[in-house]
Design a protein around this ligand. Structure first.
Ligand code: AMP
Length: 425
């Protein structure tokens, strides 16, 4: 099967060829014909499957073929709503890449930055708008955007929209769309709340499902390391130093945890950067840019910040913490093994996370091989992580930790106890 067989027009074929896309991915093969027939689509697929091209190509084709009917000032005819700015930027890049010989113009809007450049681009006129929900509604309210000419609407990563609390914003956006339009709805998972939402948006859609297992788990070489919470950082440093890891995306459950991992890696002379919601937009884009260009090879991220990170050739995904939602595991390991590439995913699992591991294995219907041969297998739970102390001439002050309760036999009153870092060597 080729893109030509799917009926894709020449200017888009030329762009796909320039990108080196020889064959459509399964989601493209299944969705493109439906979308070219102007049917609504409910797509159960995650990022990493080639989903962006699956919707961008047919939209570009429709807009290109009808370009003469829409002479005059450009109007927003296609709207893509997606949960994060990183995803929005990637989707915008997809439209620019696949549409570079069509003359169809897109712009991307998202929050967390000044709106000037975005409103300037909108005033120049665009055919395709890619947006995160908050900024979209904001610019609609300010009168910079009207959705009355939209003929194609895409709701991307609907399950994440819900997780991130965007449901009310989405409802408001839907109300502003013309009834006569082609609607596309994508979600990696389809819990009842998502099915409900899809029914409000779509009219008798065709369905396409790309099984997560099909998409990722089969292509990714997975392994699990049993290791205590405190042994994790040592194991990570050990693996990064001993194994051929050309680029790694490391997942931490918390923002604070991500910063801590970066700090510890740097102390072990391993350069790494963190990306998470507490970082400024500039810092996030910079860290992502460095990682994409290969200037930095290790990125530590939280799930939300890493959503949709589209970096080809991530050799390793490392689950420093196992996710408590099994689907997240699939999202994570899908960051490696993209499109035609294969990848490696390592998971660190401590005692408390064993239940998560069981759920994940059930979901992917696979037993993840255990690597028992590593030096931190029996690493003592209470062993403190050794931190290289900064040289100092002053004696170290003991640090204090407040404890409530009767740990010191204080008869229930709050007591302060002093703790001294254990001296080593
Ligand atoms: P997406 O799911 O849209 O984020 O796409 C995942 C990755 O696959 C991106 O890096 C795309 O550039 C790439 N890709 C999409 N479609 C194809 C294709 N037909 N052939 C090769 N690579 C593709």
């Amino acid at each position: 099967m080729t893109f030509k067989d799917l009926g894709i027009i020449e200017p888009i074929l030329r762009a796909l060829e320039a990108e080196g896309y020889a064959h459509p991915t399964p989601i493209q093969e299944q969705s493109i014909p439906i979308l070219l027939r102007r049917k609504d689509l409910l797509g159960c697929a995650q990022t990493g499957t080639g989903k962006t091209a699956a919707f961008a190509i047919p939209i570009l084709q429709h807009l290109f073929l009808n370009r003469n009917r829409n002479k005059g000032r450009r109007k927003i005819q296609a709207l893509v709503v997606t949960p994060t700015r990183e995803l929005a930027i990637q989707i915008g890049e997809g439209f620019s890449t696949y549409g570079k010989f069509t003359g169809i113009r897109n712009t991307v809007i998202y929050g967390g930055v000044k709106q000037g450049q975005q409103t300037d681009a909108l005033s120049r006129g665009v055919d395709v708008l890619v947006a995160t929900p908050g900024r979209l509604l904001d610019l609609i309210d300010q009168g910079y955007i009207t959705l009355k000419d939209v003929k194609f609407s895409v709701l991307d990563e609907a399950d994440h929209m819900l997780d991130m609390g965007f449901i009310h914003d989405i409802r408001k956006v839907i109300q502003k769309l013309p009834a006569e339009r082609q609607s596309l709805f994508f979600s990696a998972t389809m819990p009842p709340a998502i099915m409900d939402l899809s029914r409000k948006i779509l009219g008798n859609p065709e369905k396409v499902t790309i099984q997560p297992e099909q998409a990722t788990a089969e292509k990714v070489e997975q392994a699990v390391y049993f290791v205590s919470k405190r042994g994790k950082i040592k194991l990570l440093i050990h693996l990064l130093k001993k194994k051929p890891v050309s680029s790694a995306l490391i997942f931490s459950r918390t923002k604070h945890g991500a910063d801590k991992i970066v700090k510890m890696l740097r102390r072990a002379d391993i350069q790494a950067e963190a990306i998470h919601g507490n970082k400024s937009q500039g810092a996030r884009q910079r860290a992502l840019g460095n990682f994409k260009s290969g200037r930095s090879s290790i990125l530590v991220a939280t799930d939300i910040a890493a959503r949709g990170i589209d970096v080809e050739e991530i050799s390793h995904v490392i689950n420093y913490d196992l996710p408590n939602v099994s689907e997240t595991y699939i999202h994570r390991i899908g960051r490696t093994g993209r499109a035609q590439a294969s990848g490696i995913a390592w998971s660190f699992c401590n005692e408390e996370e064993k239940a998560y591991l069981r759920d994940i294995q059930k979901l992917i219907n696979q037993r993840i091989p255990v690597i028992a041969d590593h030096p931190y297998l029996d690493y003592e739970i209470d062993e403190p992580v050794q931190v290289k102390a900064k040289p100092t001439t002053k004696p170290r002050k003991p640090y204090q930790q407040s404890r409530s309760g009767n740990a010191g036999g204080g008869g229930g009153t709050k007591k302060r106890r002093q703790y001294y870092p254990r001296q080593r060597g």
